[in-house]
Design a protein around this ligand. Structure first.
Ligand SMILES: [Zn+2]
Length: 348
């Protein structure tokens, strides 16, 4: 209900201009109860930038499997981290990218859990890393996630996290021009250097997305590249990546996924990386956001546990299927019947 017009208008202006811009004031509800059926927002429970860095550095010290690298800096000068596992150039490589949008936080929480799992030194992990290289780039938009930006967040529900980077730019619309330091660093120092075969781009969507025409709320949504210049073989490989993830989430009993309705522009990483580098890509959206100016997008903390778990099992299962080669046998026919997302309930 609040500032509905902003979704199209302000983001468009911010995207087009890339300059700082104060948003109009409206009532701030910092910790109102029951956000979309999920109690209060407790964003302080999430890893801050400093806490994330501390964790990554600690894991890097204790684990031989992990090689931690700084691949660039944000607008505000924060280091961008890449966690690398596996060193055999003959093995396939998958990249997991999180939080291009700073308010889409549980994707990074899941990535940090996944990284911890990969540093466990267990026999299973060793075997996995003998057969696949895993790159994790947690939290591309480190400034937006800290709310350290050049525009006001005072009309945001929580006022702590924003989609845009410090310059007010949507990083996931910057994959062709690469005008922002975060996207440029990702392309120059990760994508071009390590040439991943697969990439999963983890995001969050509104809290009230439903499965097709039904009233069933989805826990997430997925989509393969839809740009017409992407090689059909790359699209098929992307659909297989989606099949592995879909089967995993649906089989665990707590997740329901829909087919995301997404654009076809190459400025979006799902399309751009597939078109430019031939990477098989998958968009993986989680339910709800940590913060937004739209109240119906925000989800309270009670859902955090299963959403983080959904991200973790998705990452684990896809890495395993690539490592053991079973991804090549994945059945992609489910895509033809997978109900699309419905946003009827969010249009209030
Ligand atoms: Zn997003």
């Amino acid at each position: 209900m609040i500032n509905k017009w902003m979704k199209g208008t302000v983001s468009g202006v911010l995207l087009a201009s890339g300059v700082a811009m104060a948003l109009p004031m409206s009532p701030v509800i910092a910790d109102g109860p029951d956000f979309n059926g999920n109690e209060t927002i407790k964003n302080e429970r999430l890893h801050s930038y400093d806490e994330m860095v501390k964790l990554l550095e600690r894991l890097d010290q204790k684990s031989d499997a992990l090689s931690l690298e700084v691949y660039g800096q944000s607008v505000k000068g924060r280091d961008l981290f890449l966690a690398k596992f596996g060193t055999d150039e003959n093995n396939p490589t998958i990249l997991y990218l999180t939080q291009q949008h700073g308010n889409e936080t549980l994707t990074t929480e899941g990535a940090l859990t996944f990284i911890q799992h990969l540093t466990s030194g267990s026999h299973e992990v060793k075997e996995l890393l003998d057969n696949v290289n895993i790159l994790v780039a947690p939290r591309l938009n480190v400034d937006g996630a800290e709310g350290d930006v050049t525009f006001s967040l005072e009309d945001y529900v929580s006022g702590t996290h924003t989609r845009y980077n410090a310059n007010g730019v949507d990083l996931n619309r910057d994959h062709v021009d690469r005008e922002q330091p975060e996207t440029l660093a990702l392309h120059e120092n990760v994508l071009k250097r390590y040439s991943p075969d697969y990439m999963i781009d983890l995001h969050h969507q509104g809290a009230v997305t439903t499965l097709g025409d039904s009233d069933e709320l989805v826990s997430g949504s997925i989509l393969y590249p839809t740009n017409e210049e992407v090689d059909p073989a790359v699209v098929e490989k992307s659909k297989k990546l989606g099949a592995v993830l879909y089967n995993t989430v649906e089989s665990r009993g707590f997740g329901t996924l829909s087919k995301y309705i997404g654009g076809s522009a190459q400025t979006i990483s799902r399309n751009g990386l597939a078109a430019e580098y031939g990477i098989a890509t998958l968009l993986f959206e989680m339910r709800g956001m940590a913060d937004h100016y739209r109240e119906d997008y925000v989800l309270g903390q009670k859902s955090n546990g299963y959403l983080i778990k959904q991200a973790v099992i998705g990452m684990e299962a896809t890495a395993e299927a690539i490592a053991d080669g079973s991804i090549d046998e994945a059945d992609t026919s489910f895509w033809d019947t997978l109900p699309e997302s419905s946003y009827n309930h969010s249009e209030d």
